[in-house]
Design a protein around this ligand. Structure first.
Ligand SMILES: [Zn+2]
Length: 256
């Protein structure tokens, strides 16, 4: 019996959600530390495909299908169009969390782009309206973020928009109930981990794909074993416990 089976009560139901931001041609000091170079990204895709793990756009752990990978992309930036086409060409479908009010702005997908994601078979989810953190909004604006982003995106897509990813993974009290009320079925957090527990569907853990996490082998390890290495879990816990300013400096140091 493998570690995966022991961890999941013998069912093996687990989804490794990967969180990707921009996929850029060239990664240099000028780009943000969560960008990924397209060369590294597509090397990862090849490795994941070679591993034989299925890709899914339904992140809920399904005992019937065992362990799968859900590629998720945040922010709806313009570079995601080429990625979406390339993935579909390889038979892979992914989840794109789009900030609805940024659609059509410079550097972001336009309306036709969001429609195209859906036509290619990808799943479009909401990443709010203008990329504001929910914990920095007034109560009334939070519900507007959830409801209006969903309806704007559904106007552009054939399928329902019922997955959410709060900006920065930042939740607010009562968020699961508010999401449910707004018509969502699940939400991805920014907490590092493998999604094995259906009860955590309102804060599904994930693993960030960056030049750093790729270089360290953390992404391929997690996808292969369906668990985080102890070192990675400890590192993340330490990072979370630090005040914001120090956390940023640690993150920059780590990404060098
Ligand atoms: Zn974002």
């Amino acid at each position: 019996m493998t570690a995966v089976h022991r961890r999941n009560g013998g069912r093996g139901a687990a989804t490794c959600l990967l969180m990707v931001h921009r996929v850029v041609d060239r990664v240099d000091r000028a780009v943000r530390d969560h960008d990924t170079g397209s060369e590294s990204f597509f090397r990862l895709v090849e490795e994941l495909q070679a591993s034989g793990r299925p890709f899914t756009t339904d992140p809920s752990p399904d005992p019937g299908s065992g362990a799968s990978i859900a590629l998720t992309f945040d922010d709806g930036t313009a570079d995601h169009m080429a990625v979406a086409e390339a993935l579909a060409g390889r038979g892979i479908r992914a989840i794109f969390f789009v900030s609805a009010a940024l659609v059509g702005e410079p550097g972001y997908l336009d309306e036709a782009g969001v429609t195209r994601l859906s036509e290619l078979g990808h799943r479009v989810g909401s990443h709010g309206l203008r990329h504001a953190r929910l914990d920095q909004l007034a109560a009334a604006d939070i519900d507007r973020e959830l409801v209006e982003s969903r309806s704007r995106l559904e106007d552009l897509t054939a399928a329902a928009v019922d997955l959410y990813a709060p900006v920065g993974g930042a939740g607010v009290p009562g968020l699961p109930a508010r999401l449910q009320q707004a018509g969502y079925v699940a939400s991805r957090s920014a907490r590092w981990g493998i999604h094995t527990n259906p009860d955590e569907r309102w804060a599904m853990p994930c693993l960030p794909v960056t030049e750093l996490t790729l270089r360290r082998g953390w992404v391929t390890d997690a996808a292969a074993t369906m668990r985080l290495s102890t070192r990675l879990a400890v590192l993340h816990a330490v990072k979370d416990a630090l005040p914001g300013g120090i956390r940023t400096r640690v993150r920059h140091a780590l990404s060098r």
